[in-house]
Design a protein around this ligand. Sequence first.
Ligand SMILES: [Zn+2]
Length: 191
Amino acid sequence: MIIIIYIIYGTTFMFEPGQSWKTAALRISKCVCLFFAKKRGDKMDEKYMELALLQAKKAYKRKEVPVGCIIVLNNKIIAKAYNYVEKKKSTLEHAELIAIKKAQKKINNWRLNDCTIYVTLEPCLMCLNAIAQSRIKKIVYGTKSTYLTKEERKIEEYICQKNKIEIINNIKETESLNLIKNFFQEIRKHK
Ligand SMILES: [Zn+2]
């Protein structure tokens, strides 16, 4: 489907009146490059989200809410973390916050400008603020949070716009969501 859209998009440029064949060829080649770059991006996002899911599964085993996180810089993983709130008895032990601390330590810099953060669950506002403060510009998350209110969503949008943060969502959404659902179902069973 996407290929067809790209071909149609490319050929409409080709038939633009008064356009030289060179410009048309250049535009079409740009389309093809963009298509493959996007495809590669999607695949990499899935690959990293898979690793974030492995972290979330570790949290699950330790009876923590299963949220996992990975931070990537120049195609290298510089931090992995999972939720550790119960064990540490601290709300500051969200997967994203732990991963940010690890990444900053790893590159010896609080600015994580060129990093991408992969997290299985949409970040809460505390974590989103920490992501913005550490200058991360790209968030990829698995499943949408059901806890965020309408008002909080507006704040989320504001923070992202102000800090020029790009969000890619729903990568490995079902797996991320099922993990959380199963976790809470099991908790209810044992109550
Ligand atoms: Zn959080």
